[in-house]
Design a protein around this ligand. Structure first.
Ligand code: NAD
Ligand code: MG
Length: 387
């Protein structure tokens, strides 16, 4: 029986994860659930899964959480605040941590899980983008296990299975991108948050939806793949594949390409990681090749989507550049969603912020948090000046 902590349980990934978990009560037991501030949603999940622990990151909501858990007659212990997220992953009842918080806010508990030798199923790409070196080192030192949930990285993990010496055998990793909702839209100046969040193939949280619309999501995924699989960014290519059926590919030196396919449903990568190395049912629909008709591929347009270029630049620069890239993106996306920044200015803010990133290499969690805070200050000032 695996004891599972779901960080970000009320989100898109958290909810899908709990659906897969609920299909396998013989394998998984929910040990802890966390959310940012939505007490009602967290209590609804607590009623269904009766976890020993529930955490609300916004400590002001803790009294309400305690009161509602008591009213529901649940034995669930309640904690509040960002430090309680770390406490949740360190609980002895937790074997596996589903890291599904959005943004760099998910880094401290994810790193704590890595240091404690837990099995980590990672959706929170911003954590590995900001602190890839620290996270991978912690996993190695503690004997933790790190499995990707991002569909592209789950695909790469599956394509690489069985490659004896990947560093010699692989010519390049090929990440597929849907192209987002604006693949065929020439003028992006008047894009609204509603349009940006209407993804053609996936239903996701608002931040990653905007990232998919700017292609920053793919840029973050290049950096994520680089850390997870140990390849430099020059060996990772992006190809636009609007059907989102091929989730990514590995090209080997002998000319073979191995691809992983499936319907676009996050329950598939969730079930792969939850069951690994076994295969378990996910609830996803199966692919109907005859109904698919055709699969198409095209190059990404870096002039309309400069965020992908900026992410490659940050990946090549190394050091704190990825932290600055991510922080500027989080601030710019939040401002866009709040209608304080035009869509096309997201890239402008990131480019100007990234230009200020120092060449220093963050050596500790505190270094990363300091770089994140400095970059956010810079980006916020720029956004204030733009708005
Ligand atoms: P979401 O907005 O739907 O959910 C985010 C969750 O994190 C919520 O439970 C929220 O309460 C919690 N949260 C937000 N800010 C927090 C904070 N400061 N402290 C503590 N908890 C906080 O987001 P999502 O779409 O589920 O994405 C989660 C992560 O997974 C992101 O990093 C995203 O890039 C990645 N991801 C998502 C998908 C997808 O299909 N949704 C696919 C691949 C990767
Ligand atoms: Mg992805």
């Amino acid at each position: 029986m695996q004891g599972i902590c779901v960080l970000g349980a009320t989100g898109s990934i958290g909810t899908s994860a709990l659906e897969v978990i609920a299909r396998h009560p013989d394998r998984f037991r929910v040990a802890a659930l966390t959310a940012q501030r939505n007490v009602a949603a967290l209590v609804a999940l607590a009623r269904r899964f009766a976890p020993p622990l529930a955490v609300i990151a916004d400590v002001a909501q803790l009294p309400l959480l305690q009161q509602q858990l008591r009213a529901a007659g649940l034995p669930t212990r309640a904690l509040g605040g960002a430090e309680a997220l770390v406490e949740a992953v360190l609980s002895p009842e937790v074997d596996t941590v589903i890291a599904a918080i959005v943004g760099a806010a998910g880094l401290p508990p994810t790193l704590a899980a890595a240091r404690a030798g837990k099995r980590i199923l990672l959706a929170n790409k911003e954590a590995i983008v900001c602190a890839g070196a620290l996270l991978i080192e912690a996993v190695r030192n503690s004997g933790a296990q790190l499995l990707p949930l991002d569909s592209e990285h789950s695909a790469l993990h599956q394509c690489l299975a069985g490659a004896a010496d990947a560093s010699r055998a692989v010519r390049r990793l090929i990440l597929t991108a849907s192209g987002g909702p604006f693949r065929n839209r020439a003028d992006l100046s008047a894009v609204t948050p509603e349009e940006a969040c209407a993804h053609p193939n996936w239903v996701m949280g608002p931040k990653i939806s905007v990232d998919s619309a700017t292609l920053m999501n793919k840029g973050l995924e290049v950096i994520e793949a680089s850390w997870l699989f140990g390849f430099p960014p020059q060996q990772i290519d992006v190809v636009v594949h609007p059907q989102s059926v091929v989730h990514s590919m590995v090209e080997f030196v002998d000319g073979s390409v191995v691809a992983q396919l499936g319907t676009p449903d996050m329950r598939t990568p969730l079930a792969y990681a939850l069951g690994f190395p076994e295969r378990i049912e996910s609830g996803s629909a199966f692919l109907d090749f005859l109904a698919l008709g055709h699969l198409t591929f095209e190059a990404p347009d870096l002039s309309r989507f400069p965020c992908l270029r900026l992410a490659y630049e940050a990946a090549r620069a190394g050091g704190s550049a990825s932290v600055w890239l991510n922080a500027a993106n989080e601030e710019a996306v939040a401002a866009f969603l709040a209608r304080r920044l035009p869509f096309t200015a997201i890239a402008t803010v990131i480019e100007a912020t990234l230009a200020q990133a120092p060449t220093t290499v963050p050596r500790s969690l505190q270094d990363v948090l300091d770089a994140d805070a400095a970059a956010r200050r810079y980006a916020r000032a720029l956004i204030g000046a733009t708005a």
